[in-house]
Ligand binder design. Structure first.
Ligand code: UD1
Ligand code: CA
Length: 460
């Protein structure tokens, strides 16, 4: 018996009033629909996930890749029609299918798991997940009969004045037996004010044919929040941000001004870390214990070692090993791999380069496409000249190298261990082990020049 999930993500998201399809919008830098897929997977309730896509479908496919199967809804004729296009992919008539909207990013795996249990334990043909909200505007309202049984879902636009006062709403999550789902959908018409095929009409259709319909009540209503416009997106993101921060703080991560701190859903932060204001840590980043991050720092897809201090800086797709300090105003990117006890200081950029332990670039340097040994000192203004306008070249620097201020290392170049490069040098030849390299114009002092020049002009 196979269990399926269908995610409805074909809509344009007209109320977003922007170009990107709604379900692709990010919260904490991760697309809304990716949260839904992740939570379905984590619920361990489903064997196969199908995403219904349509409007700008490639954008959704680029996000979800091979993790799901796709059904294409060419024209967005309503939520019932969207489920219908997945029919050929639901091959096991014995199983059940959970249907979820693609615009509810705060849903979690427990809700899906518990709703499935309720559905199976009570032998429902259909289980609808409902909740109560303070402001039900825009949601389908749950109409119950005098005995409290579900009678119908009435869409906001179709609801009477008194129905609009109902604050129990349709979350948009349904679990239905495959054997009855598609027959019921075929009976739904678009005889309503929007001329759409509403999935919500399935309740009345199944009621009419004496199927067993039940509800699963979700206490934490925020988890069912539907994101229809950019304001709702900001509210959902704020909620998610605070939930993640709260969990981390209770685990021993200190946060100064946590409402200004954004930590992504998949980030791992160990205890005794201090995070200062206006800091973003996203992607699959890991921050090891004792680190101090921020203020004003962005870390994305990066690993930060124990006791690293990183302030006012950007770190993308990079690794920083323990006891190193980064910043203020440093930029590490594209696979920078910084050793232990380094100092990457003011206005230093490191790209696709690695450094050994105890290496320092304290101010104003560019280190690109370089492999740098241990105990190297980059003087202020030193630069790896890695690009000739067409190609990028490598710089190799050994251990214990001292690079004076304002040095250009024109790549490809190798500077061997224990060498010294004089300040102001522009090198285009390798430097052998233990050498002093000096490549700059010699200084000439013309003594008494100023006086002589002055006397000369006085006699004119
Ligand atoms: C829907 C429900 C409403 C419920 C609310 C919960 C219907 C008719 N209404 O309203 O009862 O309270 O969700 O958030 O089902 N979609 C398609 N194809 C379509 C139309 C929509 O794939 O032809 C997708 C959208 O991309 C979206 C989801 O279905 O992810 C829900 O559509 P949306 O327009 O947001 O429905 P609501 O008006 O919010
Ligand atoms: Ca919605």
């Amino acid at each position: 018996m196979k269990k399926y999930a269908i995610i409805l993500a074909a809509g344009k998201g007209t109320r977003m009033k922007t170009e990107l399809p709604k379900c692709a919008y990010p919260l904490l830098r991760k697309p809304m629909i990716a949260y839904i897929v992740e939570n379905i997977v984590n619920s361990h309730s489903v064997d196969e996930i199908i995403a219904v896509i349509g409007h700008k479908k490639q954008v959704i496919m680029d996000i979800l890749g091979e993790h799901v199967k796709y059904a294409v809804q060419e024209e967005q004729l309503g939520t019932a029609h969207a489920v219908m296009v997945a029919e050929s992919l639901i091959t096991d008539p014995e199983g059940d299918t959970v249907i979820l909207p693609g615009d509810m990013p705060l849903i979690d795996s427990c809700v899906i798991e518990k709703a499935f249990h309720e559905h199976q334990d009570r032998r429902h043909d259909l289980t609808l997940v409902t909740t109560k909200v303070d402001d039900p505007e825009g949601y389908g309202r749950i109409v119950r009969n005098d005995s409290g049984y579900l009678e119908a879902i009435i869409e906001h636009v179709e609801a009477s004045y008194s129905q609009r006062t109902i604050n129990e709403i349709n979350t948009g999550i349904y679990i239905v037996k495959n054997a009855i789902l598609f027959d019921a959908l075929k009976k739904i018409d678009n005889n309503n004010s929007r001329k759409e095929f509403y999935l919500t009409d399935i309740i009345q259709i199944l009621k009419g044919s004496n199927h067993v319909i039940g509800t699963y009540y979700l206490r934490e209503s925020y988890k069912a929040m539907g994101v229809n416009d950019l304001y709702a997106l900001s509210i959902a993101e704020q909620k998610l941000r605070l939930l993640i921060n709260q969990k981390l703080m209770l685990k021993g991560v200190a946060m100064i001004n946590p409402e200004t701190i954004t930590i992504g859903h998949n980030v791992i932060i160990e205890e005794n870390v201090i995070i200062h204001p206006n800091t973003y840590i996203t992607g699959n980043s890991v921050i090891h214990k004792g680190a101090q991050i921020g203020p004003n720092t962005e870390i994305h897809e990066s690993i930060i070692g124990e006791n690293v201090v990183c302030k006012h800086s950007l770190v993308y797709n990079s690794t920083v090993h323990k006891h190193t300090t980064v910043g203020p105003f440093a930029h590490l990117r594209d696979g920078a791999n910084i050793g232990e006890n380094n100092r990457i200081g003011n206005f230093v950029e490191v790209k696709k380069s690695s450094t050994g332990n105890h290496t320092k670039a304290s101010h104003l340097a560019y280190i690109g496409d370089a492999t740098v040994g241990k105990n190297v000192n980059f003087g202020c203004g030193s630069i790896t000249v890695n690009y000739d306008g067409k190609n990028k070249y490598q710089t190799l620097i050994g251990d214990d190298v001292f690079i004076g201020c304002n040095v250009n290392l024109i790549a490809p170049i190798r500077v061997e261990d224990n060498s010294l490069i004089a300040a102001g040098s522009t090198l285009n030849k390798n430097v052998p082990k233990g050498s002093l390299a000096i490549a700059r114009a010699y200084q000439v002092n013309k003594e008494d020049y100023i006086n002589r020049k002055k006397n000369h002009s006085d006699h004119e």
